[in-house]
Design a binder for this molecule. Structure first.
Ligand SMILES: [Mg+2]
Ligand SMILES: [Zn+2]
Length: 217
């Protein structure tokens, strides 16, 4: 069977929500209101991200690098990623975060060549420009990267899709994955909405599940 694995990034691969921590550390007064508007559903995560980045003065590569030095990832993520490679299982990070950050965090851990589907950020001169190539205004989640559209597209290529996540950005994809691993807010959401899921604490649990069931391609 042709299977693939999709994983959220912030809070799932990283130990905490890195993007949130970055904004909390560097954005000027006012970002909390933007975050609240997003939590209340008044603005989309795309608008939220753009507004919050506007509130970060002197955003530079150095600032981002020094911040990334403080982030850690799940200890067993690398083992799981190696497991997927060994068994020819395509693996994708699907994130409502920013590829610029994701790339650098992974690089710090010697990880490269991982497929990333996310929002795009790059420095153009002095400014950090955000674009949203995987946007879908029709989605209930109204995310910058609509994970349910990403999954729908990948479903044309794969028979079975595993999804690993932890939070709000994973809600729209929760009932569409064939096998869903959930923790934190995503697990609560699944319980409240009777969505089948496997609860996990970390990538060690996911890895053991794959090993015990000998899931391969
Ligand atoms: Mg997350
Ligand atoms: Zn969606």
């Amino acid at each position: 069977m042709n299977i693939c694995v999709l994983s959220d990034f912030d809070g799932t691969i990283t130990s905490k929500d890195g993007l949130y921590a970055f904004i909390e550390a560097y954005a000027e007064e006012g970002w909390q209101n933007v975050e609240q508007d997003w939590a209340d559903g008044k603005i989309s995560s795309k608008e939220c991200l753009i507004e919050e980045f506007r509130l970060i003065p002197n955003l530079s590569e150095e600032l981002i690098s020094s911040f990334i030095d403080t982030l850690t990832i799940d200890e067993q993520f690398k083992s799981f990623w190696e497991y997927t490679k060994k068994h020819n299982i395509d693996f994708y990070i699907v994130s409502d975060g920013i590829d610029y950050f994701i790339d650098r965090i992974l690089y710090k851990y010697g990880l490269s060549n991982i497929n990333i589907i996310s929002n795009h950020g790059e420095f153009r001169g002095e400014s950090f420009e955000l674009t949203f190539p995987n946007d879908n205004p029709k989605c209930i989640n109204n995310s910058g990267t609509c994970k349910c559209s990403v999954l729908k597209n990948l479903k044309e290529k794969y028979e079975k899709i595993y999804y690993i996540g932890d939070g709000v950005s994973d809600f729209c994809v929760a009932d569409k994955a064939d096998i869903l691993f959930s923790k934190s807010r995503l697990a609560n959401y699944c319980r409240e909405n009777n969505i089948q899921h496997i609860e996990y604490n970390n990538y060690n649990d996911v890895l053991n599940y794959f090993i015990n069931k000998t899931i391969t391609n």
